[in-house]
Design a protein around this ligand. Structure first.
Ligand SMILES: *Cc1c(COP(=O)(O)O)cnc(C)c1O
Length: 387
């Protein structure tokens, strides 16, 4: 029998929880009506998604009317950023975001800059990969309408000072969006405490399927929709609601917060075990994950070695990790996130991200440490490096 794959790439995507699959099942084959249809089979589907909306709203501490279901995290980011930038462009055409955003945010802002005459500024991060609040304040202009800063970074796990940024934005009358895709199930999503106007989530990062997202949008903000069609999701996101996936994402979010403490404790323990194992056994490393980070993510650079060669060597042992962002792996671009932290090129090319989940075990971590040491020693023997 084939050995079980050791999956340590949970910031790229996650396994769907069996309970989520069961929850979704009925909505494929039994309650398959169109929620806009007036007969019972449609209305039952309508009730189900409104119930899912209420359950999500409870976790985000907002009104259910402020929850919108979308097709992905990327779509939620695009809808929030393009929608608000375009809607309020008479007020100003300046956007602030950070140098370490996911491409779903960074490329969206760059597009608005290149094609629609917006201007944007990138907030710097410190050596820990955390945004510099003084720099942020200095970038604010009279024509700034939108700030978009992620909650937790996908490559390093660094947690950003969202509450403070929200306060700054509010004082200046600027809308604040956060890409919280990497925070779901790992940090509180209370939108009132976080002072956010809009927040993006993606199901497949917390054990729901790929292809379903959430946008929280405070009532009173009116982004211009990306699509035009029917009246679904209060005209903001037309398209027949994906009922099974909506039920799945709500269930997954509920599980993540019902079992939060248990998973946090378990996963953090595994992360610390991996951290100690690496730091005790392997020389020539640079830690790219700060103290203030989400409990599942650990990122190191291994001096003198290309991240890709570690990735493929670990794959030979049935271990899955990533070199920074999945979007840049396969290309020779160094990680823009590690670059923004002021590390030199070679360090950026040698970064490896370990991202854990509730499905990992101590045995898997022990095996990973052993194989990682073997792999690094072997590669360094072939091409010696100078420290
Ligand atoms: C994965 C990810 C996204 C994109 O979400 P999709 O649902 O895959 O489109 C956006 N932002 C961050 C921080 C992510 O990690």
């Amino acid at each position: 029998m084939k050995k079980k794959f050791i999956y340590l790439d949970n910031n790229a995507t996650t396994k769907v929880d069996d309970r989520v699959v069961s929850e979704m099942q009925r909505y494929f084959t039994e309650v398959y009506g169109n929620p806009s249809s007036l007969y019972d089979l449609g209305q039952e589907a309508r009730k189900a998604i409104e119930n899912a909306r209420e359950r999500v709203a409870k976790i985000l501490n907002c009104n259910p009317s402020e929850i919108y279901f979308t097709g992905s995290g990327t779509e939620s980011d695009n809808l929030a950023i393009k929608g608000v930038a375009r809607r309020y462009q008479k007020k100003g055409k300046h956007i602030i975001t950070s140098a370490i955003e996911h491409h779903a945010v960074l490329h969206t802002v760059e597009y608005l800059g290149k094609k629609e005459g917006f201007e944007y500024s990138l907030v710097k991060v410190n050596n820990d990969g955390i945004v510099d609040l003084d720099h942020l304040k200095s970038l604010i202009r009279d024509d700034t309408t939108l700030i978009s800063i992620m909650y937790a970074n996908n490559e390093t796990g660094a947690i950003q000072p969202i509450e403070e940024i929200g306060k700054i934005a509010k004082e200046r009358g600027i809308y604040f969006h956060t890409d919280a895709v990497q925070a779901a199930g790992k940090l509180s999503l209370d939108v009132k405490k976080l002072n956010v106007d809009m927040m993006s989530l993606s199901g497949h990062k917390f054990h729901a399927p790929k292809g379903v997202g959430i946008l929280y949008k405070r009532n009173g903000i009116n982004p211009i929709p990306l699509f035009h069609g029917g009246h679904h999701e209060k005209n903001l996101r037309p398209s027949t609601e994906n009922v099974p996936y909506i039920m799945g994402i709500a269930k997954a979010l509920e599980i993540a917060y019902d079992e939060f403490e248990e998973h946090k404790e378990k996963i953090y323990k595994l992360k610390m075990m991996l951290k100690e194992g690496i730091e005790k056994n392997i020389e020539g490393i640079v830690l790219n994950t700060p103290e203030n980070s989400v409990f599942n993510t650990l990122n190191y650079s291994f001096k003198g070695i290309e991240g890709e060669s570690i990735l493929f060597s670990l794959n030979d042992f049935g271990i899955g990790v990533s070199t920074g962002s999945a979007c840049t792996s396969g290309s020779l671009e160094p990680s823009h996130v590690i670059m923004a932290m002021g590390r030199d090129h070679a360090i950026c090319h040698s970064s490896i991200r370990f991202s854990l989940s509730k499905y990992n075990t101590e045995d898997e971590i022990r095996y990973t440490i052993e194989k990682l040491k073997e792999v690094i020693d072997r590669i360094r023997r072939i091409s010696p490096y100078k420290q």
